[in-house]
Design a protein around this ligand. Structure first.
Ligand code: ADP
Ligand code: MG
Length: 231
C-alpha cells in the first residue's frame, strides 16, 4: 500500500434489512459492517439470495436499512429526507446494473450528458463531459448511436460513462457483466478498472466472475445476509 492514506468514502455499520409481507419475514441483511475508501476496487461475492443486491440498494441510498447507520463522506444518510438524499445520490454515487437501463430514444452522448444536466451543481459542460468519457472508453465512434444500435458491451460501457458523468467518488455495480458474453464482459471489466486508475473512483462490484474478484483489491463474501469472509 502506498504511503498516502486513503480517505473513507462510505461507512456502513450494523446494517440490517427485513422484508415482511403477511406472515413471511425475510431477513435479507443481518448486521453488515462495510467501509469503502477512495480509489479501491471491492468485489462482493456470494450465492444468489444472500443479500448482495439488497446491500447495494442500501449503500446507494435507493432503499433504507431497517436498522444500522450509513455515512457518505461522514454525512449520515440514513435519516436524510428524500430531496437531500437524491442530491447525495447524484453527486456521490454512480450505479451500474446488469441491465444497462439506457434511455432508448437518446444517443449515447445524450445518455451520458443527462446526469450532468440534472445536477444541482454541475461540474462540467454536459456534452463535453459525455464526449470526454465516451472517448476515454473507446466509444468515440459511437457518440450519435442509440442504444439499439450498440452491442451489449457497448451499451454497458455507455452506462458506466453515464454513472461517472458527475465524477462521483463511488461506483456501485451489481453484476455488471452478468448479461454479457466473455469478450464483452472483459471489455466492461477493463472499463471499470480504468475508472479506478484514471479517475480514482472507488468501485464496488457484485460479481460471479472469479476473474473480476481475483483482480479486485479486496473480496467480501456474503452468505445469509452477512459478510462471512474477506481477503
Ligand atoms: N423487495 C423485496 N421484498 C421481499 N423480499 C426481498 C425483496 N428484495 C429481496 N428480497 C429477499 O431478500 C433476500 C436477498 O435478496 P438479494 O439481496 O436480491 O440477494 P442477491 O442479490 O444476493 O441474490 C432474498 O431472500 C430475496 O428473496
Ligand atoms: Mg442480486
Amino acid at each position: 500500500m502506498a504511503m498516502t492514506e486513503n480517505k473513507v468514502i462510505m461507512q456502513g455499520t450494523g446494517l440490517t434489512k427485513t422484508f415482511s409481507s403477511g406472515d413471511l419475514v425475510v431477513e435479507a441483511l443481518r448486521g453488515v459492517d462495510v467501509t469503502i475508501s477512495r480509489g479501491e476496487v471491492v468485489a462482493i461475492i456470494g450465492p444468489s439470495g444472500s443479500g448482495k443486491s439488497t446491500l447495494m440498494g442500501i449503500l446507494g441510498g435507493l432503499d433504507s436499512p431497517t436498522s444500522g447507520n450509513l455515512q457518505v463522506e461522514g454525512i449520515d444518510i440514513t435519516t436524510m429526507g428524500e430531496n437531500r438524499l437524491a442530491e447525495i445520490r447524484n453527486d456521490y454515487i454512480g450505479f451500474v446494473f446488469q441491465q444497462f437501463n439506457l434511455m432508448p430514444t437518446l444517443t449515447a452522448l445524450e445518455n451520458v450528458a443527462l446526469p450532468v444536466q440534472f445536477s444541482s451543481k454541475p461540474k462540467f459542460n454536459p456534452r463535453q463531459r459525455a464526449t470526454d468519457l465516451l472517448t476515454r472508453f473507446g466509444l468515440d465512434g459511437r457518440l450519435r448511436n442509440r442504444p439499439a444500435q450498440l452491442s451489449g458491451g457497448e451499451q454497458q460501457r455507455v452506462a458506466i460513462a453515464r454513472a461517472l458523468a458527475n465524477d462521483p467518488p463511488l461506483l456501485l455495480c451489481d453484476e455488471p457483466t452478468g448479461a454479457l458474453d466473455t469478450e464483452n464482459g472483459d471489455l466492461v471489466m477493463e472499463t471499470l478498472f480504468q475508472a479506478q486508475r484514471d479517475l480514482n473512483t472507488a468501485v464496488v462490484i457484485v460479481t460471479h466472475d472469479p476473474r473480476i474478484a481475483e483482480r479486485a483489491d479486496r473480496r467480501l463474501v456474503m452468505t445469509d445476509g452477512r459478510f462471512v469472509d474477506q481477503s
